[in-house]
Design a binder for this molecule. Structure first.
Ligand SMILES: Nc1ncnc2c1ncn2[C@@H]1O[C@H](COP(=O)(O)OP(=O)(O)OP(=O)(O)O)[C@@H](O)[C@H]1O
Ligand SMILES: [Mg+2]
Length: 387
């Protein structure tokens, strides 16, 4: 393949995966008059609704990913659970960012943790698990509680279980081993907060890191992101430096989202990586002068990346399927939008399910406390839970 050229507006970006991340990427691309084509098996997928074209086929189809590459100028993917071989097939025809090798590392927890260890990045102690005995030995080494996880295909806490006592080892192993994938166990980190940051690395190696967000999870799914995080400035700076270090050492071109635990002693341990836009970066759409999606468009096209600035304290709350279920499919958007600084983002999913990410609300305010109050109140109003 010849050297990568600068792609001016009018060029076409291929997106593997048609979820909300692809949708918001396509909207940012459209803003700058780039075209997008998405590969997704669902003809009604969130990205397809806003893209210029769709190839309706399986992610694992090499023919489909090759045909995506042929009809576009550069290719990216919006989730990790895509088939790395079909992404590689696309990369033989057109540039793919982040590279298939970054995808292979980050889609497998053991490869990812080993790569982080090798790079000298602090992670919570872990062991590879191939038998019940491995798990028993790990319990002796790591102590309880520990978190057993499938090495691949996990998301939103699926494919993981917390083990708190010896008696639970066997059935926990059986439970996760049933899926037939490799397993990893980690020491449970009694974190004081969870933090994440998204780092962009351009083709020329330029790096820019978004302000880290403090994340509150509910039922293993991101619920609220708070920016700036309510921790000392020095920890925030260290988190940004750590993320930049990871981007360089893994040779990422694109975005890398870094999820971290912050301990009571303000120590940082990296939990996991995602080589794509991240739910915890949705706040950037209204809170920063450049969003994570625009930044990715810039990387993919070879444009200069921006050093993103936080415009004002910003809080994001996720809108999960429950909001629809509990209101018979009729959330009260009008009341939710009455409050100041509220931006509503919906993903165009026609079917709601408990735990399904349907949209989010961003609130920009003068203080973090105000943003947090307004964001949760706005969601409660949509949810018809507020008087
Ligand atoms: N070792 C650990 N110690 C303490 N809590 C943990 C640990 N591992 C996971 N968790 C909790 O479970 C959440 C989900 O775990 P993780 O990020 O590994 O899985 P995931 O399924 O990939 O989630 P997602 O895709 O939503 O990021 C974490 O954000 C954290 O709250
Ligand atoms: Mg996670």
């Amino acid at each position: 393949m010849e050297r990568e050229s600068l792609l001016n507006p009018g060029s076409t970006i291929g997106i593997i995966g048609g979820g909300q991340l692809g949708r918001m990427l396509a909207i940012s691309a459209r803003q700058m008059d780039y075209k997008t084509i998405v590969l997704d098996p669902d003809p009604a997928c969130p990205t397809g609704q806003v893209a210029d074209g769709q190839i309706t086929d399986a992610y694992s189809s090499r023919d489909a990913s090759r045909s995506l590459a042929r009809s576009t100028d550069v290719v990216t993917y919006e989730f990790e659970n895509v088939d790395a071989d079909s992404v590689s097939a696309a990369s033989e025809l057109k540039p793919v960012h982040p590279s298939p090798s970054v995808l292979r590392t980050t889609q497998h927890r053991l490869h990812e943790k080993n790569a982080l260890l090798k790079a000298g990045i602090p992670v919570s102690p872990f062991r590879e698990i191939t038998s019940v005995d491995d798990l028993k030995n790990a319990a002796t080494d790591l102590g309880f509680p520990m978190v057993l996880k499938t090495a691949t295909m996990g998301y939103d806490g699926k494919g993981q279980v917390i083990i708190t006592r010896e008696e639970d080892i066997e059935h926990s192993y059986d439970l996760l081993n049933a899926g037939g994938t490799e397993l990893i166990v980690e020491q449970f980190v009694p974190f004081s907060i969870e933090l994440s940051t998204i780092c962009a690395r351009a083709r020329d190696g330029t790096i820019a890191t978004f302000p880290p967000s403090e994340n509150i999870n509910r039922n293993h799914i991101l619920d609220i992101s708070i920016v700036p995080a309510r921790i000392p400035e020095s920890v925030i700076e260290n988190a940004r430096l750590l993320a930049a270090d990871i981007a360089v050492q893994l040779n990422v071109v694109g975005l890398i989202a870094v999820e971290m635990f912050i301990t009571k002693e303000n120590e940082i341990l990296v939990n996991e990586l995602a080589p794509r836009p991240h739910n915890s970066g949705h706040y950037t759409m209204d809170g920063c002068d450049t969003s994570q999606f625009e930044q990715l468009v810039r990387v993919l096209t070879g444009m200069p990346i921006s050093e993103p600035r936080l415009l004002s304290p910003t809080v994001m709350v996720n809108l999960l399927g429950e909001v629809w279920e509990d209101t018979d499919g009729d959330p009260d958007w009008a009341r939710a939008l009455e409050l100041p600084g509220v931006s509503l983002h919906l993903y165009g999913k026609s079917e709601s399910r408990a735990g399904r990410k349907m949209g989010h609300i961003n609130v920009v305010a003068d203080t973090v406390e105000d943003a947090l109050y307004i964001a949760t109140e706005s969601r409660d109003r949509a949810w018809r839970r507020s008087r």
